[in-house]
Design a protein around this ligand. Structure first.
Ligand code: GLA
Length: 716
């Protein structure tokens, strides 16, 4: 609910349980509060000292508080605020200072995002500001929902003058938090080891996480949490920010001389500049801001609800997902029609309902050196094309899916031979997996790739697309852009990616698109807008996956994570784990198989079918439930509880790391349960009140190395 108090010029944005308050003071937007719900009381008594030594004051008549100390909603440059600005504009004569004053506001408006992903619905406030130094206006958008504890923000910069303006930086939001001792939590990683949580005290200066790779990246996720002192897994206060964006980004937390913290971010300003012609506007990506007074667990649950309710397509968000058998780790590039037909027969025996043909089916691709961009069936491998494979799937009552890497081109390909300048950069280019990134800033390139993919999807044989992206951008240069505008390439490129995703998902609404980028290299809210699930990591080892999925859960719902049972020993780590461990960890997401069923024993095949049966029973908890992290695999044991919203049904999964000789009994205390319910854990023969399980807990079972447990819990 959005409320504007005319007398005090104060805005109140209220979500499920938070308030976000700011006011217009002497023309400037003054941030007052983001946290627990407060009364509509103005909060004017929170005004601090108007300046500090060396603070520059606004010119006469333009304010009596230095912007250097004022908590702001969106900080401009060169007007006395020496903290990092949210926006930096350069005018034709080289001037860069701007000072934005409140002009007007509107409640209940919408914003045109084009193909940029954004949260759906909600109530939106637009506050329009005008730069007193130039002909630029700024719209700050805020959206709240009654059913969630997230607020989204983005900015639109409009050139109302007659000369072009260069945007050197345009962040999505600025959040000035009051003085406190904060810690940060980010999700860093690498290929095959994505999203490890790292918690660090915030020192003076700027803590900054970013990607300059043209993709959100494996290396750093566009999510940042700020924890107040004493914040733990289920207690204490914290904030989380998540960008609804998949390109190069930055998120920063700056602790200043006032001990206040400025959190902001959006498109990475490195190598970004955008020429805004007269009359044009520029829309920044959206940022989701979340407040929790129930620790990091509460934060994760709010973000998961927000993504499921308002970002992921309503068609898929809560829909049971296909149980896939994917061909990659089963056969890699080594297949022909006969081999795939028997793989499909094998897939049917596991209980999977969808077979996905991964890399290697197109052009003349026999390895990763050729053919990206030539999306026509490799007839020397698959003599009858796709149709016989899809028909065999239908015979088993299964669906058929196909892998694409739409944004890429191999040097050895018909497409590259015909259009060498359609790749980003000019030769000699850096090599990476023998492929180049197609220049999606050029509409004709997007159009061409759309045509190729649509041709195949139109046959109706394909119900599932795995959309991969296996290298990052280098030599940021487009033949389609003039010299002075190359700084627009990376953002225009990702807009092109979104345009293609939008067209394909709109034109083929029955097809489920799964995101992927060398595993989880583009696991972000932007991708989730178009693709309801993402291949979480190329690392399918159960122990490694427990960590990766645990880390991912800080910012994303379990249903967004694609999790498959793979072979043992594992292909990435060489580690052997029991089938049950692989199945239990793979049940914590959109489950499937990443193995060759021909290599499974009859007993394992029965375990596979049993896995699919129990998964289908508990899948509503993955799709709709709340997640409680009980034990961190980064500290030893791993345990999570998925609990239905009414707290009556639960699924508790855990993994013990390495067995230690003479190990002591370890207790696991549950979370989230209703104290007064009586719960039954049939696997343990326990019937106990919720408060008993919350405060006294249960004993962790003694299991072999990497052994797991998965228990159902019923309460009433
Ligand atoms: C990436 C994906 C894998 C697989 C391969 C195929 O690495 O993450 O799952 O599709 O590409 O080349």
């Amino acid at each position: 609910m959005i409320y504007f108090d005319k007398n005090r010029n104060t805005f109140y944005l209220e979500g499920k349980s938070f308030s976000y308050v700011f006011s217009v003071e002497e023309g400037y937007l003054h941030a007052r509060h983001f946290g627990g719900r407060v009364g509509r009381d103005g909060l004017t008594w929170l005004n601090g000292a108007p300046a500090m030594a060396f603070s520059a004051m606004p010119p006469a008549g333009e304010g009596s508080t230095s912007l250097d100390v004022m908590p702001q909603e969106y900080a401009s440059f060169g007007q006395g605020d020496y903290r990092t600005p949210s926006v930096l504009l350069e005018r034709e004569d080289g001037q860069t200072a701007s000072r934005f004053f409140y002009l007007s506001h509107e409640v209940g408006c919408t914003s045109d995002f084009g193909a940029l992903p954004h949260a759906r619905g909600g109530q939106t406030l637009k506050v329009t500001l005008k730069d007193v130094l130039s002909d630029v206006e700024l719209d700050l958008f805020y959206t709240v929902w009654e059913d969630c504890d997230v607020l989204t923000r983005h900015a639109v910069i409009r050139n109302t003058g007659s000369e072009p303006v260069t945007i050197c930086r345009a962040y999505s939001f600025c959040l000035d938090l009051p003085a406190d001792r904060y810690e940060t939590l980010c999700l860093h990683g690498h290929h095959c080891g994505e999203r490890s949580p790292e918690r660090t005290p915030l020192s003076h200066g700027t803590f900054r996480i970013e990607s300059a790779r043209g993709a959100s990246s494996h290396q750093m996720n566009p999510f940042l949490a700020l924890l107040r002192a004493g914040c733990g897994e289920e207690t204490g206060e914290c904030y989380g920010v998540e960008l609804v964006y998949s390109g190069s980004f930055v998120l920063s937390a700056e602790r200043s001389q006032t001990e206040g913290v400025r959190v902001q971010g959006g498109i990475n300003a490195l190598n970004f500049c955008w020429s805004l012609a007269a009359g044009e506007d520029f829309v920044t990506p959206e940022a989701a801001l979340c407040y929790s007074k129930e620790g990091l667990g509460g934060l994760s649950r709010s973000l998961a609800d927000f993504l499921r309710l308002h970002v992921i397509s309503p068609k898929w968000a809560f829909a049971p997902r296909p149980v896939v058998l994917n061909s990659w780790e089963a056969v890699y590039f080594d297949f022909d029609e006969a081999k795939l037909l028997s793989l499909i027969d094998g897939a049917a025996r596991t209980g999977a309902d969808t077979f996905v043909l991964d890399d290697g089916w197109f052009g003349c691709r026999g390895d990763d050196t050729t053919s990206l961009g030539d999306w026509r069936v490799n007839l020397s491998k698959l003599k009858g094309g796709i149709a016989p494979l899809a028909a065999r799937c239908r015979k088993h009552n299964m669906k058929f899916g196909l892998w694409f890497e739409p944004e890429m081109v191999s040097e050895k390909s018909e497409l590259y031979r015909a259009h060498p300048d359609w790749a980003i950069g000019a030769p000699p280019r850096c090599a990476c997996r023998n492929q180049y990134v197609l220049d999606f800033s050029r509409p004709e390139v997007v159009e061409y790739v759309y045509g190729q993919l649509a041709e195949i999807l139109k046959t109706g044989d394909v119900a599932y697309v795995k959309w991969d992206m296996n290298r990052h951008l280098t030599e940021f240069w487009s033949k389609g852009l003039p010299a002075g505008r190359q700084g627009e390439l990376a953002h225009r490129h990702i807009l092109g990616v979104y345009t293609l995703a939008r067209r394909l998902t709109e034109d083929f609404p029955e097809v489920l698109f799964e995101g992927c980028s060398g595993g989880g290299g583009r696991f972000d809210a932007g991708m989730l807008y178009y693709f309801p699930q993402i291949w979480t990591s190329d690392n399918t080892d159960a122990y490694a996956r427990a960590k990766i999925q645990y880390g991912t859960s800080f910012a994303y719902p379990m249903s967004a994570m694609s999790c498959h049972i793979s072979a043992s020993p594992n292909h990435q780590t060489g580690r052997s784990t029991p089938f049950s461990s692989r199945a239990h960890i793979a049940s914590l997401g959109a489950t499937g198989f990443e193995l060759n069923p021909a290599a499974l024993s009859e007993e394992e095949l029965e375990m596979a079918r049993e896995h699919v049966r129990t998964y289908r029973e508990m899948q509503p908890l993955v799709l709709q439930g709340d997640l409680y992290r009980l034990a961190s695999p980064f500290e030893g044991d791993f345990a999570v509880l998925l609990l239905s919203k009414d707290k009556r049904e639960g699924y508790l999964v855990g993994m013990c790391g390495l067995v230690e000789a003479g190990a002591y009994d370890r207790r696991l205390r549950l979370a989230g349960l209703r104290e007064d319910f009586v719960y039954e854990i049939p696997a343990l023969g326990i019937v106990a009140r919720g408060d008993t399980l919350l405060h006294a807990g249960v004993l962790l079972p003694r299991l072999p190395d990497f052994g797991t447990f998965a228990w159902r819990i019923h309460g009433k």
